[in-house]
Design a protein around this ligand. Structure first.
Ligand code: HEM
Length: 396
């Protein structure tokens, strides 16, 4: 099944403190064909899709378009590597986490973990070296000619421009790309999958979201851009509700780096681990009315009640002390605006071209709790069917 993503003007923000400036700098991005699974759904019949692995590939590819650009973002080896690095690192961390610190190097050696991670890093260097070296060379030539080098507008260039001079190497920049993938790809794919599972369960929300998408895109002359994504309030509300219901047990994990006394007198000695009960905040009736009910348009209705329909803290990327899906405070997720726009873009392409549902007799599988984490079922199939009629927008 193929989804054609040819959004030409979707600006996005690479992760980092300076994301708003980068967002403004971001230029047009052309998403070509995104492979969802094996073949195109061209006929109007239901086709079963393994959506978790599909979502991982979509997110890895769309993210790579913004992180490294062409041609690497279409290189299957790179996409496989970005996914494998994250999976292997998470598995290693969780396995070694159960073992005493003293024996970890031994087990890391026994399990080949360190070797695997190192080989991923070497592969990343091999795959990214031509792109990075080309940019170094172009920059050198531009400077020799007294010109200012205008590199492509992507995360790689942002890093090249910003890292300390001794990190301006193929090794360091490749590793940074893997690490940004680690922070972003799984979290975003998990959120997209959760949202699709919720949508397939609450199908009554699909048509209103579709209509809103069509309206705001039509009002923008048929172009999908950041301003349009921001106007998709119903989609934003559904995303926030989906994140609320699927949140982790804990968020805002911190360690006291020195002895500290909080404003209420609580004393935290250096080394104390602190976390906020994210799930409690999102399921406590003191904070959320009727918390057990999934109400896709809960946050949309709240924005309507708020002054002049402003988001007023109800947006999906807004963090607060009781909305911790993206953490909060100084270290809140810097990639959250990017992630929300990425998810909304992909969702626009899905909902404007396909209908979705669970296979006959199936419904939303519960999330799987792994310690403090919650993951959507990885084997659940989702049925997709091409919508009848001609494409409504040229970018589809
Ligand atoms: C829906 C997708 C995502 C979710 C749910 C998510 C969630 C989070 C959470 C809960 C934190 C910890 C915040 C805290 O402790 O206060 C975090 C941190 C972080 N995220 Fe995300 N994230 C997502 C996407 C992304 C993306 C796309 C990027 C990069 C482009 C990214 C980069 C980071 C980084 C670099 C940090 C560390 C920030 C710091 O320590 O200062 N995330 N994320």
């Amino acid at each position: 099944m193929l989804i054609n993503l040819t959004n030409r003007e979707h600006a996005r923000r690479p992760a980092g403190r300076d994301t708003s400036r980068l967002g403004r700098r971001a230029s047009g991005i052309s998403y070509q064909w995104l492979v969802l699974s094996s073949g195109p759904i061209l006929v109007s019949q239901w086709v079963s899709v393994d959506f978790f692995s599909t979502a991982l590939r979509i997110i890895a590819r769309v993210s790579a378009r913004s992180f490294i650009g062409l041609p690497v973002c279409r290189n299957e080896d790179w996409l496989n590597l970005a996914i494998a690095f994250t999976e292997d690192l998470i598995a290693t961390a969780s396995n070694l986490g159960t073992i005493s610190k003293l024996f970890r190097p031994f087990y890391a050696y026994m399990w080949n973990s360190a070797k695997t991670i190192k080989s991923h890093k070497r592969r990343a260097q091999t795959l990214l070296a031509p792109t990075i070296q080309k940019r170094f060379e172009e920059q050198r030539l531009a400077e020799e000619n007294g010109a200012v080098y205008q590199g492509p507008n992507d995360l790689l260039q942002w890093l090249i421009d910003r890292v300390e001079p001794h990190h301006k190497t193929v090794d360091a920049l490749s590793e940074l790309q893997l690490l940004v993938g680690l922070a972003s790809v799984f979290a975003t794919a998990r959120t997209l999958v959760t949202m699709i599972y919720d949508l397939a369960e609450h199908r009554d929300c699909i048509q209103p979201m579709r209509e809103e998408m069509e309206t705001v895109i039509s009002e923008n002359g048929g172009e999908l851009d950041r301003g349009v994504l921001r106007k998709m309030r119903k989609t934003d509300s559904f995303l926030r509700e989906s994140m609320r219901m699927g949140t982790f047990l804990l968020s805002f994990n911190r360690m006291a780096m020195k002895n500290v006394t909080l404003s209420d007198g609580t004393y935290l000695p250096k080394g104390t681990l602190v976390a906020a009960p994210a799930l409690m905040f999102s399921s406590d009736p003191d904070f959320v009315e009727d918390p057990e009910t999934f109400d896709g348009f809960r946050w949309y209705k709240k924005t309507l009640e708020a002054k002049a329909g402003a988001l007023m803290g109800n947006g999906s990327a807004t963090t607060s002390s009781n909305n911790l899906a993206f953490g909060h405070g100084k270290h809140a997720c810097p990639g959250r605006y990017f992630a929300v726009e990425e998810i909304k873009t992909i969702l626009t392409f899905i909902l404007l071209q396909y209908d979705i549902k669970y296979p006959e007799g199936q419904s939303r599988p519960p999330n799987i709790q792994i310690g403090e984490l919650a993951s959507p079922n990885r084997t659940q199939k989702i049925m997709f069917k091409k919508l009848p009629g001609p494409k409504k927008f040229s970018f589809l």
